[in-house]
Design a binder for this molecule. Sequence first.
Ligand code: ADP
Length: 758
Amino acid sequence: MSDKKMQVVFASAEAAPFVKTGGLGDVAGSLPRALVAAGADVIVMVPKYGTIASEYTDRMEHVADFYVSLGWRNEYCGLERLVIDGVTYLFIDNERYFKRDYPYGFFDDGERFAFFSKAVTESLQHLPEGFQCDVLHCNDWHTALAPVFLREFYQGLPLYERVKTVFSIHNIAFQGQYADTILNDILGMAHIPNAARQLRCDERSINYMQGALDYSDAITTVSPSYAWEIQTPEYGEGLDGILRRRSNVLSGILNGIDTDAWNPATDPMIHVNYSAADMSGKKACKAALQEELGLEVRDDRPLMVMVTRLTRQKGMDLVTYALDRILSGGVQVAVLGTGDYEEPMRYFANKYPGTCAARITFDNALSHRMYAGADMFLMPSLFEPCGLSQMIAMRYGTLPVVRETGGLRDTVAPYNQFTGEGTGFTFANFNGDEMGDAVFRGARLYWDDHAAWDHLVQNAMAADFSWVRSADEYMNLYHNLHPEIDITKPEPVVQEPEPAEPTAVEAEPAAPEATVAKAEPAPKAEQATEPADDAKAEAPAKAEEPAPKAEPAKKTAAKKTTASKTAAKKPAARKTAATKSTATKAAEKPTAKATATKPAASKAAATKSAASKTTEAKATATKATAAKTTAKKPSTASATKTAAKSTATKAAPAKAAASKTAADKPAAAAATAPKATSTKAAPKAAAAKTAPAKVSTSKATTPSAAKATAKPAAPKATAAKAAAPKAAAQDSSAATPADKPAPKAKSVSAAKRTTRKR
Ligand code: ADP
């Protein structure tokens, strides 16, 4: 083992706080810091957009410039350095490509991000003294060509030989698909048959992401469930065949959130700070938010919010379908977002003044106030790679109502009325009535059972969504690619007293895996009795919404809550943890992963850049506009085996336990059996059936919800279905007002294709 640190170049088209249009910006803004804390050296490469605030551009230091060849072009590339919190940012400077008013959505995005990818690859020769790149970690289609360029153009150079590539899929709906004329004109690869073949997705197009999937040494995506889902035709957007073929190097590592930026106890953007121990401030936040949004200031109305891109991916069809029922049922709704469904949201805000509010804008500060002031957070996504908003909501004690897909399924544990376990309310199918039922399960609990509600809020706030666990998993992945680099933290030196006599056998600290999660006596499920008098008298919901049906015991009992628990392990454990095998072990079946966590290292001191370069200061562009990416025809599935993986998750009461009585602690263990699915040119329906019963990776320290139940997650475009036999549906939502925008029923794939592209 060498003493060398793991040195990682992390390339992303966005990184908070410089530029962010969604989750990718959050991830690139916080994961590198967590990697530094976990012991890596990290350089983040981001385009130097014209929209980056002058408070940053003024502090950037020019460190290098060179030319990058792109087909017949030779383009200038500057490297501007800024160091924050131990992370070095190198901004790729080319004003022709990046000095624009927003990050994406231009006719030449294919060329801009081909340039970015080539510039990143070329930059590895111009890194600061002492930085020798071990891992080039690329993210989404904007950087997907870097692994391709690296292998085709740079492989022979000694400096590049050691570079292993990791490609992370944050959203497979955006792939970067362009006319194949680009192959010669921009990529300069038409003469390389291997590259041309692996990039081509049909007779006229090439696909950047497809290239990365073939060329990268390891592939990750942002949740275990999504890692499974994208190997099915239903969710794979045409790349499922390649992903099944490369499943031996594919893993899902759950995103975390920046727990400093999102902390109700210290958040300067919210009305009153509060914490799990003292929730009084949350009531004040709710009242202030209701007032700010023009809603009736009443605590007897549950306030449900959405902070989201208003797209079909985010389940807006279900929302527009069910809003009449929800709003007339006594639930307040506020939406913050931009996108394809702005008009429907304005329509509902006009129709239900005082009960519904829509803010059609991108407003970070307001989003903080909404997470803090709401009771529930709605996220009924059609598909969701990971999703950060639901985690942020839980951190603020705002209970999520989510569809069980992708990362939503991995992070939100459904409420179990018999045990009191859970961190939110969930539903399985992409169906407006099911979503409405889940919303009212939440609302009824809010009205009828304050103790159970408060208990859920405590569970949600106790869940650990910090980056520590994920950063360790990424470190394990990097270590698999570079086993010669020691990623173990030095053991703290402990002064042992001289043993006076031979010691007895030392008791090994129990590994978290070995811990038996005891099933504690279930808290009594308090019967939903009468709502508060006031609410009962005034909330129309009471009359219209039938009492929640008890979930079938079979279903609820099987779903076990898993609050997160990061158990401290011996540092050495991480080194030996078996993570997914890499390309070199293609024949091996993926083994169960054991994740070890370790105390975060102190951050390297931030150094200040001295030189200042002035550019036009502009507000950070926040609107993601459509780029030409794409959805492809589902490819013929070859006979493949999906990885059999095992999941063993323990329910741990985590921090909540500290403040709760023992009887309140949810503790249960759920273990899912390894799953093996063999798909052979599977028709969609069949694939849907085998779809994510339970997904991969055994993460002993995962915060994810382990659900023992197998659930077909095949989404159906049933939003427009009005003939639900449920009384509730007939009551309020079956009758769609004539002037109400009618949601269209579309196939899932079609819907994804029309999703706003970044
Ligand atoms: P995605 O990346 O698919 O858009 P995520 O849930 O992963 O969804 O991340 C969305 C992030 O963007 C969250 O931090 C959320 O708060 C933020 N966000 C989305 N829309 C808005 C908005 N209109 N105003 C402020 N923040 C927003």
